[in-house]
Design a protein around this ligand. Structure first.
Ligand code: NI
Length: 136
């Protein structure tokens, strides 16, 4: 069984590879490479997998899941410039793929034991574009 919770945060980023020229960055990332950066309203969906506890009928307390998502992701990233304020994005290009991977890394230790395991992280950068990560 799977349970999911959604959270939103807004953050700015620049997608630019310092090893490439301005022109190469522009052709690779488009306006996303502009030095001023730009913002997204990210939508995060976190899914846990497990069997309901026979005592509580729950896989995991969704209130506790919300707390973990707030503490590990929303509070540190909301209204931040990812490249300048949220490590490792001073060194790692904050594409949606890399932000999704970082979110997984922050959340996974909270579900390393116990009934509920982290199953997937989905991050929408726009309404039409999103990344899914299933670990491994
Ligand atoms: Ni962008």
């Amino acid at each position: 069984m799977y349970i999911s919770r959604r959270a939103e945060f807004s953050a700015s980023h620049i997608c630019r590879n310092e090893k490439l020229s301005a022109q190469e960055n522009q052709s690779l990332y488009g306006p996303g490479a502009n030095a001023n950066g730009h913002g997204h309203n990210y939508v995060l969906e976190v899914t846990l997998k497990g069997d309901p506890d026979p005592e509580t009928g729950m896989i995991f307390d969704l209130k506790d899941l919300k707390d973990v998502m707030l503490r590990e992701v929303v509070d540190p990233m909301d209204h931040r410039h990812l490249n300048f304020e949220v490590p490792p994005f001073d060194k790692v290009i904050p594409t949606t793929e890399n932000v999704t991977l970082e979110i997984w890394r922050r959340l996974a230790p909270h579900f390393a034991d116990g009934r509920a395991r982290l199953h997937s992280v989905r991050l929408y950068e726009t309404e039409d574009t999103f990344v899914d990560y299933y670990g491994g």
